[in-house]
Each structure stands twice: as structure tokens, then as C-alpha cells.
Write a protein that binds this ligand. Structure first.
Ligand SMILES: [Fe+2]
Length: 246
């Protein structure tokens, strides 16, 4: 019998959000936790978040900000705010953290489910799944009934209904039943920088026995995170956006 699992993503060096989420996970009777990457980037809690995730000893996939922080130079396609966060993260990485991050896989598969940061379509390109076309490209590669991703910071469920491969989607809110047949992709939202207008940290509890996903929203000490961002000399917008949920 498969037990419930918690899936977290896009922590982005927000230690207060991560701690609040891990506290909430304790109340959910889950047997396992999976992290879908982007542990670092944007905010200031680089080392604390890396330590906390590594201490969990759970399966983790690589995110694009994690990858960028380990490169000699961040790629230029990042906007100024993201670039500043990646440069900051890179300056805070210990040798051991860097080695651990570079060893992370881009995808994981277990218990008949796929886990990735962005899209299975081309994991090296870090594609955003925001449209039916994006989802269609992803589903063409998804071999299991169910997959989980992050990356857009927008909680959402995508369906590819069989036999006509019609794509539908629904905003990730509360408890959603995953229909049988066809394929399902669940975007678990972001722990450390939600962008769906709700500033509370977001993660998902998947309960295979009930065939549901629950999008949990967790309040945390945003003011404290913002103070740390400003004190670290990171862009003000990185702090401001946390209260706006965007
Ligand atoms: Fe992210």
C-alpha cells in the first residue's frame, strides 16, 4: 500500500518558509518527502536551506538556479534579480554543498511516478509549462500516469485525457482528485517564492490511496525573510515580491 508523500519545490533560500513547511509536513503523516530543486537563488538563506534539505536525506532533483550557482559564471539569460540571487548563492556555497548539488539528478522515478524540476520535454532547457502546448511536449515524454514538477512557482494540475490527448488544467488549490486514465502532471507551487498572488508558502501532499493531491498553504515570517534579503544587499524587489506573492 503506497503511503502519502509530501513534495516541495523552489525554496529559493527562504529559510523561514522552508522551516514553516517542514513543521506543517510533520502534521500530515507522510512516509516520504521529495524536493524538486531550486533550493538556492533569490533570497539570503543559502547555507541554512542547503543544510536543512541535505539533513532531510530525501530524494532531490536539480533546479535551474541550483545548476547556475554551481557554474563558473551564471548564464546571461537570467534577469537582473535572478542573476543577483545566483551570484550571491554561488559566493555562499561550500565545497561540499557544490559537490552535492552537481551530483543531483535532473529527473527521478519511483513508485510509478516521475519527478522533475521544470519539464520532462528537455530537462536541460528548463522549459516552463504555462500553456497547453508546453504541457503537450512534456506529456509526450512522461511515461508514467503521474508526474510532479515545480519551476513556474504557480500551483497547477495538468491533465492529458485519453484517448484524444486533450489537455486541460486547473489552478492548484485545496484538495484535487486525480482522475484515472490519461496522464496527470502536478506543479507543486513554490515554498519560498509563490507567484500565484498568495504569499503563503506552498507545497503538496499526495495521497495515493485517495488518489488526491492537497495543495497546502503555510504562513511564515515574511518580514524576517525580507529583512535578511535587504541586509544581504540583494535586490529590494526580491524582498518586496514575497509579500505580493509574485
Ligand atoms: Fe524557481
Amino acid at each position: 500500500m503506497q503511503k502519502a508523500i509530501a513534495i516541495i519545490s523552489d525554496i529559493h533560500s527562504n529559510f523561514e518558509a522552508l522551516t514553516a513547511v517542514l513543521e506543517d509536513v510533520k502534521s500530515q503523516q507522510v512516509s516520504k518527502l521529495v524536493c524538486l530543486g531550486d533550493i538556492v537563488g533569490y533570497a539570503a538563506g543559502v547555507r541554512s536551506c542547503l543544510r536543512a534539505v541535505r539533513d532531510l536525506g530525501c530524494p532531490v532533483v536539480l533546479g535551474n538556479h541550483d545548476e547556475a550557482a554551481c557554474l563558473p559564471e551564471p548564464p546571461e539569460e537570467f534577469n537582473d534579480t535572478a542573476y543577483a540571487g545566483i551570484e550571491f548563492a554561488a559566493s555562499r556555497l561550500t565545497k561540499s554543498a557544490r559537490a552535492w548539488m552537481t551530483s543531483l539528478p535532473r529527473n527521478l522515478e519511483f513508485e510509478g511516478t516521475s519527478f522533475t524540476h521544470a519539464s520532462l520535454a528537455d530537462p536541460r532547457e528548463w522549459e516552463y509549462i504555462l500553456s497547453s502546448e508546453d504541457a503537450r511536449r512534456h506529456f509526450a515524454v512522461q511515461s508514467h500516469h503521474l508526474a510532479f514538477c515545480g519551476h513556474t512557482h504557480k500551483p497547477m494540475v495538468w491533465w492529458e485525457k485519453s484517448p484524444v490527448a486533450k489537455i486541460t488544467c486547473r489552478k492548484g488549490k485545496d484538495v484535487i482528485t486525480l482522475s484515472e486514465g490519461g496522464k496527470v502532471l502536478v506543479n507543486v507551487g513554490a515554498v519560498g517564492q509563490p507567484r500565484d498572488g498568495d504569499c503563503r508558502a506552498c507545497y503538496v501532499v499526495h495521497r495515493p490511496q485517495q488518489n488526491t493531491v492537497e495543495f497546502r498553504r503555510v504562513p511564515y515570517d515574511i518580514k524576517r525573510t525580507k529583512r535578511k534579503i535587504v541586509r544581504a544587499g540583494l535586490p529590494r524587489f526580491t524582498a518586496q515580491r514575497l509579500s505580493l506573492g509574485r
